[in-house]
Write a protein that binds this ligand. Structure first.
Ligand SMILES: *Cc1c(COP(=O)(O)O)cnc(C)c1O
Ligand code: SF4
Length: 466
């Protein structure tokens, strides 16, 4: 291992190599470029057409690194990273698929196609969990603070506008609506001042999470303008800066050989030196993403700054619905110094019919996987649903007083008081999301239901009044 690090170093430290090593160019492909992706030539005409249809509706973006180093082209369509990035016919409902396919076949006008595509997208629940109305704070005059989400007391999410894309797109992305150009569906802010003003007046906030898209697609200079001011004494209440990213998987060169990689590393070092916790919330779906030399070099370099890397990702049919895959992923993460953090349940949006896994199966996969790893990897929580009332974890299936039930708990709640109180739902082998579940033991409501309804009503009224 050590020898590998040494031989790799000149490739990923431009300055160390006397400027003689060029940064690896970032080469990206979108729907327009499908025909230029060389390995797709092995697909049938029909399969390539299917890809065009699906990528007319759902965002598609992939890059050369993913194509060359993460996908095993001898194993398509089953390859997990292929399923993670390339559109598949099953991702659209047959009726939606047929409507769009018909227009493409008949050479319909751009306007006609755009109209139908727009309709289909709006039928895919583009903003699950009431995100637009329920999580966006307002200023004193009731204006929405674009680019900020504040759902749980201690943590603010910030969506920097330059970070609202990714180095490649995940086919199952729950933020997909932001990538298809629908302005109404965007949540970004270009204003560092909006974030800083908000945090200045919210001393209860301890954590800021930069998210997207992927903030690591931003130039270091942009990232710096958001992060560096937070190191000033007036933000002493901010104890943790988190950055959510998939770049360690989709473009690890960002951290080792990009033009401004060294500047990024210096910025991160400065955050750590300031005494705050710097957490890189890395999105991983499969151990294959951790296997390349450059991915491991990027992890080592990030850890060298003193940042803590935590790993999270959803459980997805066709990609990682297998306990062996999770066990190997968590094991590998621990070996590389990453802390397994969350396993999520796929959200109720976009191509969810293709990707969803029943809650009971999700729990079985989690349980079988966690039984195979040591305690150091059992830091991972899940399977967890990020629903509107909060993050709800499926703790298991039990039989209580003759009734088969799901045991649930809030890991995070709109009301912190809900957290860590076990509650019970009727067992349902088909349920894939919280709204499919019913309270057990003949109860009419969840213990949190009235409070949640009141919170929701207040938010919706504030939205309507604005
Ligand atoms: C998950 C999440 C957080 C962070 O929760 P932690 O349990 O602290 O990791 C914050 N805000 C939102 C909206 C979230 O979904
Ligand atoms: S990295 Fe995250 S935001 Fe980007 S496409 Fe994947 S799931 Fe969506």
């Amino acid at each position: 291992m050590q020898a590998q690090i040494q031989t790799l170093k000149p490739q990923w430290s431009i300055s160390g190599a006397g400027g003689s090593v060029e940064p690896t160019p970032f080469k990206v492909y979108t729907q327009r470029d499908l025909d230029r992706i060389a390995p797709l030539a092995r697909l049938s005409e029909e399969a390539r057409f299917e890809m065009r249809v699906v990528s007319s509706v759902l965002p598609f973006r992939v890059n050369q690194y993913v194509i060359d180093e993460l996908i095993d082209w001898d194993n398509i369509p089953a390859d997990p990273v292929y399923q993670l990035t390339f559109p598949q016919r099953g991702m659209l409902a047959p009726a939606h698929y047929d409507r769009v396919a018909e227009l493409l076949r008949s050479g319909a006008s751009k306007e006609e196609l755009a109209r139908v595509v727009d309709e289909v997208r709006h039928e895919l629940n583009p903003h699950p969990a009431d995100q637009m109305e329920m999580n966006m704070p307002r200023d004193d005059e009731g204006h929405r603070l674009d680019g900020i989400q504040h759902k749980y007391r201690e943590t603010v999410l910030f969506f920097p506008s330059q970070g609202q894309t990714c180095h490649a797109y995940c086919t199952f992305c729950f933020r997909w609506a932001q990538f298809v150009g629908d302005k109404e569906l965007r949540m970004a802010s270009s204003e560092a001042a909006v974030l800083h003003n908000y945090l200045r007046t919210h001393p209860e906030v301890t954590d800021v999470l930069f998210t997207g898209g992927d903030p690591m697609v931003m130039k270091t200079a942009h990232l710096k303008s958001y992060i560096e001011p937070l190191l000033a004494p007036e933000f002493d209440h901010i104890r943790t800066i988190r950055i959510g990213t998939k770049a360690l998987s989709f473009w690890p060169h960002r951290f080792v050989s990009a033009e401004d990689a060294d500047g990024l590393i210096e910025l991160l070092e400065r955050v750590v030196e300031s005494g705050k916790q710097l957490a890189i919330m890395a999105h991983y779906n499969h151990w294959k993403e951790l296997d390349t030399e450059v991915a491991q070099a990027a992890i080592r370099r990030l850890r060298g700054t003193g940042a803590m890397i935590r790993a999270q990702g959803p459980l997805i049919a066709h990609i990682n619905d297998d306990p062996a895959v999770w066990a190997r992923l968590w094991q590998k993460e621990v070996e590389l110094g990453i802390v397994p953090y969350y396993m999520f349940v796929e959200r109720d949006t976009g191509a969810r019919n293709y990707f969803e896994v029943p809650l009971v199966r999700a729990w079985e996969i989690y349980r079988e996987a966690i039984q195979q790893v040591s305690g150091l990897a059992r830091t991972v929580r899940g399977p967890s649903m990020s629903a509107s009332p909060g993050k709800v974890e499926v703790q298991g299936v039990a039989e209580i007083a003759g009734e088969k039930v799901f045991v649930l708990r809030f890991i995070q709640g709109r009301n912190p008081d809900w957290v860590q109180r076990p509650f019970f739902a009727k067992y349902d082998e088909k349920a894939t999301w919280l709204n499919h579940l019913k309270p057990a033991f003949g109860e009419e409501k969840w213990f949190w239901e009235d409070e949640y309804a009141a919170i929701r009503e207040a938010k919706l009224q504030a939205a309507a009044a604005a």
